[in-house]
Design a protein around this ligand. Structure first.
Ligand SMILES: [Zn+2]
Length: 437
């Protein structure tokens, strides 16, 4: 048995049925002491009150550090990650991203892909992610190769991090012989069917039928669906509407996630609310991806953007739709930044999407809601018997977290992971402060 020093943990990440734990303070936090045994939480105790506020030397007791349970990345592209240096998109447009993406996939090798994806998983794990859903370009000649390499990594990483694969193709692909056999292959490995509707691929008259066919295929195979849709500024909410129509035509028990869903935010408020209500009735989930959307949308050569949308997160949450927020592209043609750091995704969304981590709706998209959409075994809430998994931050409160990207220590199964080292550029400055002319 091992008692951890006191920690300040969001109340929503602690057993809701434990009446001995106090309600959260104004920041939604509770000071607790966790008892750990054999890699699992044995018990949770309210932290003892600081005695009279001062110790024998007259110093105020240190405030416990802020801690979260490891976070979940609901939407990544491991197959493209870290390819920006060789396949850059300096114009930052969607058309240039498509062209660079195609150039990269056409000469993708197993060795290069494995190296980049392994680096991504190492970064993710050490920085406090416990699960990643990755879309994988799997159409064309090298589609099978990409799936096989990533499936190998999925199996090798299974005891550290859950990797879920989603086949990413133009949605009509699932109707082809290659598509059907890949769909079976994915379903046998816990994967999902993905696809693109609208956005960079344009809108086709057969999209509605293809959506229905894809949902039927997923239903037969017993797997979920996660679509890229409405990632643009035209055809407001068309992709989401096609999914709703398909599910209303044929009742299917397929868990469906709508990723991006940004153009629906351009609908007039009442029309948007009607669509949101339909999504709630059909139990659709949404993954919002503000960083890539803000980077790509309304890009003009000579003007600063004014119309950059993202999924209407709060309206969806208020109507009962489960919403997660993801980091999407990392150092590829679609977005040149990112580092599989879940705290950076959260810090960005606080500003970009007005998500307040001190509220349930602000924190759940990175933790419990993301776990729900990925159908993970653990919801991310600490209770007796749950994994002894924590991300302990060098921060006392949310303001510290917003002020700077905090150092962290990650506990998995009761064991501390090696410190996440900063990658190379920071080391370039070693020795420079000593130099003088
Ligand atoms: Zn994506």
């Amino acid at each position: 048995m091992n008692l951890l020093p006191p920690l300040r943990i969001p109340r929503m990440l602690l057993d809701p049925w434990d009446g001995r734990l106090p309600q959260g303070d104004a920041d939604g936090l509770v000071s607790v002491v966790l008892e750990v045994e054999s890699g699992r939480i044995q018990a949770l105790h309210p932290a003892p009150e600081a005695v009279a506020g001062r110790d024998a030397q007259g110093a105020a007791p240190p405030e416990p550090p802020l801690a979260l349970t490891p976070l979940v990345e609901p939407h990544a592209h491991l197959d493209k990650a870290f390819s920006a240096a060789r396949f850059a998109n300096r114009a930052g447009t969607i058309a240039a991203a498509m062209a660079a993406n195609q150039a990269e996939t056409s000469c993708r090798t197993a060795e290069d892909l494995e190296q980049r994806a392994e680096r991504a998983l190492q970064r993710a794990w050490r920085q406090g992610l416990r699960a990643i859903r990755s879309h994988v370009d799997c159409g064309g000649e090298r589609g099978d190769l990409s799936l096989e390499v990533l499936d190998g990594l999925r199996r090798r990483w299974a005891d550290r991090l859950e990797l879920q694969l989603v086949g990413l193709v133009p949605i009509q692909h699932w109707g082809t012989p290659q598509g059907r056999s890949q769909a079976r292959w994915l379903a046998e490995r816990g994967g999902r069917l993905g696809g693109v509707i609208g956005g960079p691929l344009g809108n086709g008259s057969g999209d509605g039928d293809a959506v229905l066919e894809t949902l039927r295929l997923a239903d037969q195979l017993g797997c979920g669906v996660d679509l890229h849709l409405d990632e643009g500024l035209s055809h407001r909410g068309r992709g989401v509407r096609l999914v709703c129509e398909a599910l209303e035509r044929q009742r299917l028990q397929v868990p469906v996630v709508c990723s991006h869903a940004c153009s629906m935010a351009l609908l007039p408020p009442r029309a948007c609310q009607r669509l949101v209500d339909r999504m709630a009735r059909l139990a659709l989930g949404v993954v919002a991806l503000p960083s890539t959307n803000l980077w790509l949308l309304d890009r003009r050569a000579e003007a600063t953007p004014t119309r950059r949308t993202q999924a209407p997160i709060r309206q969806l949450q208020n109507s009962g739709v489960v919403v997660a927020v993801g980091g999407d592209n990392v150092q590829d043609a679609w977005f040149p930044g990112g580092d599989f750091d879940p705290l950076e995704v959260l810090r960005f969304a606080v500003v970009a999407s007005h998500l307040h981590p001190w509220s349930r709706q602000g924190l759940s998209p990175f933790s419990t809601a993301a776990a729900q959409l990925l159908q993970l075994e653990w919801d991310g809430i600490l209770r007796p018997g749950s994994p002894a998994d924590l991300v302990v931050l060098d921060a006392h409160n949310w303001s510290d977290l917003l002020a700077r990207s905090p150092q962290r220590r990650v506990l998995r199964g009761g064991v501390w992971l090696p410190k996440p080292e900063r990658e190379e550029p920071a080391a370039l400055l070693r020795g420079w402060g000593d130099w003088s002319a």
